[in-house]
Design a binder for this molecule. Structure first.
Ligand code: H79
Length: 588
């Protein structure tokens, strides 16, 4: 009974679009896995090759999210699940009869990954639908036995990766198997109507298949297990043992479960805002779905790809970006275009990305981001200042030289110091269309005061995640936009009458700034903004259920220096008022 109530509450949360952290751990494995240092060679893949291609390709790709006349919106590989089209198993299995990927070209895909600047490829050997996309002896629901194509694409892809000098690895859904008796969320009886257990599925299919994928494709770099759910530890341990035995140098994803993986995988589609310690990876999609969805033309632009990649490197991790080939094996042209254009940039400025260390600021800067190599600091400028000056807050290490890079040219920049800020003199026009790079030679490894500087040119937005909170709650909330398309926010909510979110800021240019808040909530809300020892402003604005930015008013910083700015929820539904960020924009 109690479980039912909990299940009901969980369902209600999911329906509201909010999944509790506990449920997320179940889906995505433990979030505390750190690198197992005993095998340094395994870690090497992540250090040097911190950008990878993820591929979701399977029977579901043939549907592309359309069943009959109806289009289903969400992650395509879930199409058979009742939360999407709800296709009965026998119907779904019939798809194999028409799966004939004539356009599949392993060399093309490996070349694309290479051109994109990626260092390895991880592809779905079997997703939750249970269909093996490789030659499996353990289960005949596979691409060689049950399709007219009859070939093993993974043999070709493994070879093509090797020829391009790329790493190769497999995704394997170890817990969920929706078509094999006893598999997670799968049928509970076998073909003869006898009860099937997880043990049946595990011994007959899962373990032998993991044996296959780790034995038959030469050396592989990674096995990417997903959604461990409630899979008991003894099973996960056996799978990890098989990987260790057959592929001692392969990494195992944190989503194996029970802390048995080698590194932490963040939530689906999540790029962190704060540096994350340990060894970790963000997984993301070029559009909104993992598997091909016919309608989904919402591609990340080359610039957005670079923004997310550099954010991952800058936060101390790696980035694996997915493409979903069509059922015929071809790659959507716009995904390829975005990857190639961003790849061209990466190949021009490899030092910004590969084997680069995280930003000493531990967060993005208003105009871009920073990565480090020894005593060199790389500033990736996404928003080129029109005022001819770039403002860098809090750098404490002495600068020897600053250079603006343009391909292999390097042009010295003038710089000066003021109140702990470094001011770089820039030409009016950005040398690069996507992202321009400034290389700063330092007298040692960079040390910074990481306080958020309010940028005199474009102002600064500070996420609630960086506030210290008193009398309110700061938590991480995730929800699905379309089905399986995860979004997340760190927000301050549950405000008490005394509740405050306090932001530390560093002001270089004194004067008036427009303060805006991004929040969601119910009805009209009154917010207060206070500068400690200074001005108080308050204002009423409307709210929306989606996060939206509302101006509150002007506030004054009388002189350069550090300030504490606190935000409070004064009137309205203060429990549900959910603050995402504060922005300070110079009055111009
Ligand atoms: O392979 C891609 C996705 O198919 C896979 N991970 C990426 C890399 C993935 N599997 N599950 N999910 C993503 C998240 C799905 C969660 C949900 Fe539920 C399943 C939401 C609703 C049903 C579990 C049960 C969480 C909430 C309720």
């Amino acid at each position: 009974m109690k479980n039912k109530v909990i299940a009901g509450i969980m369902a209600a949360l999911v329906m509201q679009g909010v999944a509790a952290e506990q449920g997320m751990n179940e889906m995505w494995g433990e979030s505390t896995v750190k690198l197992r240092a005993e095998n340094a060679e395994r870690g090497q893949l992540f250090n040097d090759g911190n950008y990878a291609m993820f591929i979701h390709w399977g029977l579901y790709s043939q549907l592309g999210n359309q069943v009959g006349d109806k289009t289903y919106y969400g992650i395509g590989e879930w199409i058979m699940n009742p939360r999407m089209a709800g296709i009965p198993i026998p119907e779904y299995k019939k798809l194999a009869g028409t799966f004939n990927p004539q356009q599949f070209d392993a060399k093309f895909i490996a070349k694309l990954a290479k051109d994109a600047g990626m260092k390895y490829i991880v592809i779905t050997s079997k997703h939750h639908d249970g269909f093996a996309m490789y030659d499996s002896k353990a289960c005949d629901f596979n691409i060689v036995n049950s399709t007219p194509w009859k070939k093993d694409p993974m043999k070709e892809l493994a070879a093509a990766c090797r020829a391009e000098g790329l790493g190769f690895g497999f995704y394997y859904s170890h817990n969920q198997d929706w078509t094999f008796p006893g598999g997670g969320r799968g049928p509970t009886v076998d073909e003869n109507g006898n009860p099937a257990t997880f043990e049946d599925y595990f011994t007959k299919k899962c373990l032998p298949q993991v044996e296959e994928i780790t034995s038959n494709y030469g050396p592989i770099e990674l096995v990417w297990f997903d959604t461990p759910g409630k899979m008991p530890k003894k099973y996960v341990q056996q799978l990890v043992d098989v990987v260790r035995k057959n592929q001692p140098n392969a990494l195992v994803s944190g989503r194996a479960g029970h802390g048995l993986g080698d590194y932490q995988s963040l939530g689906d589609m999540e790029v962190p805002h704060k540096n994350v310690k340990g060894m970790w990876e963000a997984v993301d999609t070029t559009n909104d779905s993992w598997a091909y969805a016919w309608y989904d033309e919402y591609w990340k632009t080359p610039k957005e790809i670079l923004r997310r990649l550099i954010a991952c490197v800058g936060r101390g991790g790696t980035y694996m970006l997915n493409i979903g080939p069509r059922g015929d094996g071809s790659v959507p042209e716009r995904a390829a275009r975005a990857l190639r254009e961003s790849g061209e940039w990466i190949r021009t400025y490899p030092q910004v990305v590969y084997a680069a260390e995280p930003s000493p600021w531990e967060h993005a800067l208003p105009w871009g981001d920073a990565t480090v190599k020894g005593s060199k600091l790389y500033l990736s400028v996404f928003e080129w200042p029109t005022a001819g000056k770039l403002y860098l807050p809090g750098l404490k290490t002495k600068i020897i030289a600053a250079n603006l890079l343009k391909k292999d040219q390097s042009n010295p920049l003038e710089f000066s110091e003021s109140n702990g800020w470094t001011i770089l003199e820039l030409p009016p026009v950005a040398p690069e269309k996507l992202v321009s790079v400034i290389e700063i030679d330092l007298a040692g490894t960079p040390r910074v005061d990481a306080t958020f500087g309010i940028d005199p040119n474009i102002g600064t937005e500070i996420l609630a995640e960086f506030a210290s909170v008193d009398g309110a709650e700061l938590s991480h909330k995730r929800w699905m936009e379309k089905f399986g398309e995860w979004k997340s926010v760190h927000h301050v909510h549950n405000w008490t009458p005394e509740g405050k979110a306090i932001f530390d800021v560093d002001v270089l240019r004194p004067g008036d700034y427009v303060v805006s808040l991004t929040y969601s909530g119910e009805g009209r809300l009154v917010w207060g903004v206070d500068v400690e020892g200074g001005e108080h402003i308050q204002n009423e604005q409307n709210s929306s259920h989606n996060y939206q930015e509302f101006p509150i008013g002007w506030i004054n910083f009388p002189e350069p220096g550090k300030y504490k700015v606190s935000v409070s929820s004064l009137e309205g539904d203060c429990k549900t008022s959910s603050l995402k960020s504060i922005r300070f924009s110079p009055v111009q």
